[in-house]
Design a protein around this ligand. Structure first.
Ligand code: HEC
Ligand code: HEC
Length: 333
């Protein structure tokens, strides 16, 4: 009896120590450099920032109230007053108000604090920012443009509750499964032209096409399949209206690449048309606002990739339909 009692007490103490460790480690203030960027008032720079925020960088797909998401999907420019909420096992994530309101928005944050969040995934208060915003390698010029635009907006007073992590989320941070990501490469200088080079920049550094269209480990966010060959699974979530999705192969493989037989005009037209499948996680509303130069660059870049023979049988699964986790959906030959 005595021994069991001792073992149990030991176990309880161990669990308590673990919980305390997770609580303390996940709340530690993180360190990251402050990029030396300054917002400017140049109207061309502000226009570029606005274009990015409502278009390829799709800030508007998250930083708006929940009841305005449908409007964003229609290409309407909704003020970025925040409120988007995503409730998943690691926690309840809320996209804050990023208009310059002094009390409820980013009015009191410095340009460097904003730049640090986007480039190094560390919030203004030193907390770890979960990987919702893959802009670490956005160019200095574009990051400056985005921040200049944020400053130029009409302030909107809209209180958004802070993100709340659950034990799972805190443990992911405490044990370093997820850690702040800085730029993996020196952010390039991007010249907006319909070139492969510029398409690579938009697809990889701004619009997040690569992360969704490459098979990823959903916990760590690292690639586990060939780039742009599809196969990433999106199960039912609070925004998917019961549908599930697998991303298509975007490489120009003659048999298995979705766009391999599309003309450049068809590709541009597909993006201009916006959303087709309700519930799809792809921010079609924001992307429908990309201009022809951007879209042509994306097409030329994707068509320049090495074809990968990754067969994706099906990309859209209706509510109740059997989803890939249980059926073999893709095979790399
Ligand atoms: C997929 C959704 C999503 C997209 C797209 C997105 N954000 Fe966020 N953003 C979030 C969430 C969620 C948080 C809150 C994270 C947290 O509290 O840990 C956040 C936080 C922020 C913060 C606050 C950081 C702080 O210090 O408190 C800023 C600033 C920000 N985002 C700017 C942007 C900008 C600019 C863009 C577009 C270039 C953008 N976001 C695109 C979801 C998104
Ligand atoms: C958040 C995840 C996500 C992001 C980001 C994303 N996609 Fe997708 N994409 C999907 C999913 C899921 C589908 C399948 C459902 C659908 O067609 O909406 C898809 C479908 C497509 C299709 C096929 C459309 C059709 O009509 O058959 C193309 C082409 C495409 N994506 C290109 C891109 C490009 C280019 C980018 C970057 C500019 C991008 N995607 C960014 C998730 C994403």
């Amino acid at each position: 009896m005595k021994l069991i009692f001792k073992l149990l007490t030991g176990l309880v103490l161990l669990v308590m120590a673990l919980m305390i460790y997770i609580e303390i480690s996940s709340g530690k203030k993180l360190d990251a450099p402050y990029p030396e960027l300054r917002a400017v008032r140049d109207s061309a720079v502000i226009a570029r920032g606005k274009y990015l925020a409502y278009g390829p960088a799709h800030c508007a797909s998250c930083h708006v109230p929940m009841d305005r998401l449908k409007d964003v999907d229609q290409g309407i420019e909704v003020p970025l007053s925040g409120g988007w909420e995503f409730d998943i096992p690691p926690g309840t994530f809320r996209a804050p108000n990023i208009t310059p309101d002094m009390e409820t928005g980013i009015g009191k944050l410095t340009d460097s604090e904003l730049a640090r969040t986007l480039r190094h995934s560390v919030g203004s208060d030193g907390r770890f920012i979960f990987p919702f915003m893959p802009f670490q390698e956005m160019s200095d010029e574009d990051l400056t443009a985005v921040i200049s635009f944020l400053r130029s907006q009409e302030p909107v007073r809209h209180e958004v509750k802070l993100t709340e992590l659950r034990l799972v989320g805190k443990a992911l941070v405490a044990f370093g499964v997820l850690k702040p990501k800085g730029p993996a490469i020196t952010p390039p200088v991007a010249v907006k032209e319909p070139t492969i080079e510029y398409g690579r920049y938009i697809a990889n550094n701004v619009a997040n096409c690569r992360a969704c269209h490459t098979k990823m480990d959903m916990v760590t966010g690292s690639a586990i399949g060939p780039e742009f060959a599809g196969g990433n699974e999106f199960g039912v979530d609070p925004f998917s209206e019961g549908y599930s999705f697998v991303t298509p192969n975007l490489t120009p493989h003659k048999e298995y690449g979705v766009i391999a037989h599309w003309s450049e005009e068809a590709f541009v037209g597909r993006f201009k048309a916006g959303r087709v499948h309700k519930g799809s996680p792809m921010p079609w509303g924001s992307f429908s606002k990309m201009d022809e130069t951007e879209l042509k660059a994306l097409y030329r870049y994707l068509m320049s990739l090495k074809p990968v023979a990754n067969k994706i049988e099906k990309t859209v699964f209706a509510p109740g339909e059997e989803f890939p986790a249980t059926i073999a959906n893709s095979s790399i030959e």
